[in-house]
Structures are given as C-alpha cells and as structure tokens.
Design a protein around this ligand. Structure first.
Ligand SMILES: *Cc1c(COP(=O)(O)O)cnc(C)c1O
Length: 364
C-alpha cells in the first residue's frame, strides 16, 4: 500500500485491477463477468446490492439470525422495499423450508447472511436458489465473513448477487467490498423502472469503469487498497481456496477443544458453526467484560462481546485469515487462562494440550 498511487487509467493499474477481479472470481467460485470491488466497506456492498437490484415496493424476504440480517432489513426498508423477515430460533440458522414457504409469485428476491458474525452461525443455502428462480426472483447473499474462511461456491449455490468485505478472512485492511452479480441480476438491472437511488453505487455507471474495455471514469477507485486486495487474494490463491477453508475449520476445532478444557461452552447450533467466528458463553462466575478488558490490556488480544440482545452474554473469538492458526489459538487460550485466573476462577492449563491434539487430529 505504500507504493506510489497509480492513476485509475494507467495501463499498469488496469492490468493489476483485472488480475484482482480474476482472483475475486476464484475466491467467490464464480464465472460472473461482473466481479469487482465496490469502493467502501462491506456495508457499502450491502447498500449497492439492495439499491440496484430492488425498487421501491418490491418484495424482499430476509432471513434474520443476527445483527447483519437486521442490517439488511433496515437498509432495504429505508429504500422503500417491502420486507418480509423470516427469523431464526435463537442461536440457530434460519430454517430453509420456512424461507422457501414464504416465497410467493410476487417475491422479487431472497437475501441471506451466509456467515452471521454476530452469533457465529453459517447459514445453509441449499434449495433456495431454485425456489426463488422459479418465480423469476434473485438470490442475494452477504458473505462478508465467510469469503475465504468458510466453504462457499457462488455459482454452485445459484447466488445472483454476493458482496463481501476485505478485513474479515482476506487479510486486507477495511475499505473495499468484493462484489459479484450474475447474468440474471444484470438483466434485472437493465429492466429497472426507476434510476438507482444512489449516485455513488449505481452499478450501471460503476461497471462502465470496472466491467468494460472503455474504462469510463465514474469515481476514483481506492487504488492503494486494490494493491492490498490483490496481495491478500494472492495469498489465498497460493494456499489454495479449499486449503484455506480447511485451515479455518481446523483452527476453530482446536479453539473449541481448548475452550472445552477450560469449561467454556460454545453458543449456538453445533451443525451450523461458522469457521472463522467462534461464539461462546462466558462462565457465570466471571465478569465477562473484565476478562475481555484484561485480554486486550495485558495480551493485546481483542475478543468481542455479544451485540444487541446478546450483550454481556457472548464472547466472540475471530480466527480469520492468518489468524486461523494453531499459534493464534494457543495465544488466545494462554491469555484466557491468565485472565480467568485473575478473576478468581480455578482453571486447568491443560487446555493447550487439547487444542494442539485437536489441531493434529484435523490434519490430513
Ligand atoms: C462485518 C460485516 C458486515 C459489514 O461490513 P463493514 O465492513 O463493517 O461495513 C456485513 N455483514 C457481515 C456478516 C459482517 O460480518
């Protein structure tokens, strides 16, 4: 990122941008021509998706199992979209059959969060694309936390629009939203009756720069962040995408084994665990916020608390990108043993051995 900033029409930068888009197709597992980074964080990707592929009064079904599903509901409602929400039971993924049952001939789209970071839940996607496509609607997915960290294949899942973020599993600073949309979504965009309400995120205009040989200026892309994205995606490419997913799964298994040794219980449905984000229930006998404060102040490790209604009731430990390693898992466990002891809890330091054993078992 400290390299000189090239112009957005410099042939060298264009070559670089095209390579980045190709690497994005690989990590999204898509052939979509329309694949590029939107300028802005993950939420900008969400706004781009909702403002381009939906119009006021159109019907959107949103599956909600945490804060980011709520964010889709909020953002779509502000755009005048008519939202029907399908809520999950607490700590569970949204029931796929309930989503399919709520689809009607007038449903314009279904939106789901693949990796719900607020609760550590991975949403099953199977069967939804067929159901919504039967009515001519679109399948939209937030894969901010799952991209690169949890198995996902955009084309195979029949996803029409997907957005992500750079700072979760891709090892890149925040500020870009990797974005992709299908031919079906592109046709929907062409058929819009109203102009896209956002000037900045109007894909018809944005893609004249990103998606064509003409490279028409719309806004200046964050050039140096794209260098970083190219570098981050290159590390995923070098490791191999499935190896990358497996490493995230392995780190979570090791972390959970270690936490179990400390008597700390995981939160949420075991069959829907999101590899890069492990949510656990803080033990009753400690002040959960004090433990997190000590982890940060003494060990420089930031563990997040619960959001919204789960404030004070969760610890959320991220093992994302290079953080999905045995080294990171052991560091967080060591720091946690220390912090729990300073809260007067009697814990057994054997947690590390269990984590290491589990890491070894998961090797293949
Ligand atoms: C982080 C996150 C977002 C928002 O991304 P920002 O980069 O913070 O704007 C959206 N959805 C999910 C699932 C996330 O984890």
């Amino acid at each position: 990122m400290a390299q000189p900033t090239l112009g957005h029409l410099d042939p060298l930068f264009i070559e670089y941008a095209e390579e980045t888009n190709q690497l994005l197709r690989e990590v999204f597992q898509t052939q979509n021509v329309a694949t590029f980074p939107v300028s802005g964080t993950g939420s900008a990707g969400m706004e781009t998706m909702l403002s381009n592929f939906l119009e006021p009064r159109e019907e959107l079904i949103v599956g909600v199992c945490g804060v980011f599903g709520e964010r889709i509901v909020d953002a779509a409602t502000r755009l005048g979209v008519s939202v029907t929400r399908v809520d999950a039971a607490p700590g569970d993924a949204v029931d796929v059959a309930s989503i399919i049952d709520s689809i009607t001939p007038s449903t314009a789209a279904v939106a789901l969060v693949h990796g719900e970071t607020s609760v550590g839940i991975a949403q099953p996607l199977e069967g939804i694309a067929e159901a919504i496509h039967d009515h001519g609607g679109l399948f939209m997915v937030d894969c901010v936390t799952s991209l690169g960290g949890h198995p996902l294949a955009v084309d195979e899942a029949g996803i029409d629009v997907a957005f992500s973020g750079t700072q979760k599993c891709l090892n890149v600073p925040p500020g870009l939203s990797p974005f992709t949309f299908s031919e079906r979504a592109s046709e929907r965009l062409e058929r819009r009756r109203h102009a896209v309400p956002s000037w900045c995120f109007d894909l018809q205009a944005v893609r004249r720069y990103w998606g064509s040989g003409t490279r028409l200026y719309h806004h200046t892309p964050p050039i140096n962040l794209i260098y970083a994205l190219n570098a981050g995606l290159s590390t995923v490419h070098a490791e191999g995408l499935t190896n990358c997913w497996d490493r995230h799964g392995r780190a979570q298994a090791a972390l959970l084994a270690g936490l179990e040794g400390l008597g700390i219980e995981p939160f949420g449905a075991a069959e829907h665990r999101l590899f890069p984000l492990t949510a656990v229930v803080p033990p009753d006998e400690v002040d959960e916020a004090a433990v997190r404060r000590e982890l940060l102040e003494v060990s420089g490790i930031e563990v997040s608390g619960g959001l919204g209604g789960l404030a004070g009731r969760l610890w959320r430990i991220g093992t994302m990108g290079t953080g999905a390693s045995l080294d990171s898992v052991c560091r967080v466990l060591t720091a946690l043993v220390q912090a729990l002891r300073s809260q007067g809890m009697d814990v057994d330091a054997g947690a590390m051995d269990r984590a290491v054993e589990r890491w070894e078992e998961e090797a293949w």
